[in-house]
Design a protein around this ligand. Sequence first.
Ligand code: NDP
Length: 242
Amino acid sequence: MIALVSGGSRGIGKAIVLRLARDGYDIAFCYRSNEEAAEELVKEASEFGTRVTAARCDVSDAADVRDWYARTERELGPVDVAVTSAGITRDRPVILMPEEDWGRVLRTNLDGVYHVCRAAAFSMSKRRNGAIVNLSSVSGIHGNIGQANYAASKAGIIGFTKSLAKECGPRGVRANVVAPGLIATDMVGDMSEAAVERMLKNVALGRAGRPEEVADLVSFLVSDRAAYITGSVFEIHGGGTF
Ligand code: NDP
């Protein structure tokens, strides 16, 4: 079985790479720029005895993603599972938000999901088998101060994935969304302390989630144990009210 993970070099994506390698998948993951982190992860994930490849690929670039996907299928074989974790934030209140920050977040988070899923849906539909999980966020469901661009991209992922599930279900391909709350990764390090504190105050379990806890949910959703689950959104936020 082959799994492809976008944004796999750090954070939640990295935990998903390690979890799926432990589940026995051969893995292809991509990253944008942090080559060192990617190389280390290839070594770490290979210890589970599966094939692991890393590629520099900007998910906002359609041609880049097409090349990466085709190369992966040539090198490893047909992809059974695709997980999109690549994402960025550029937080500012709407009235102060430059067009550049709006565009970059939408192109990476939403266009990036479309690019990966288009390749995946095409290939998986032909083989009438496959599972896709796209990472959204509680911000995409509830909105968040200073994150209008990010929330719009993450809300878009939900509508996109539900549509994809309807289009591809008859062809044996499932597509679901995981929407995390506050998870302890570099991305949270980029948020202001005040924003993190504000979010944690409203989390019933009183702590940020661990990337591995999100990866466990993804591992379940791509497995046959989730064979009747598609077009669904799974929030994972420790009982947060946002
Ligand atoms: P991190 O910032 O820790 O890691 C982001 C990953 O995405 C890195 O591997 C990075 O590569 C890659 N990436 C960024 N831009 C691109 C691009 N244009 N093309 C390819 N890869 C790219 O993020 P998290 O692990 O925290 O977040 C993962 C996903 O989960 C995101 O979609 C995020 O929106 C979502 N999420 C995270 C939450 C959190 O609290 N952490 C909460 C809710 C949702 P590189 O290392 O090269 O920069």
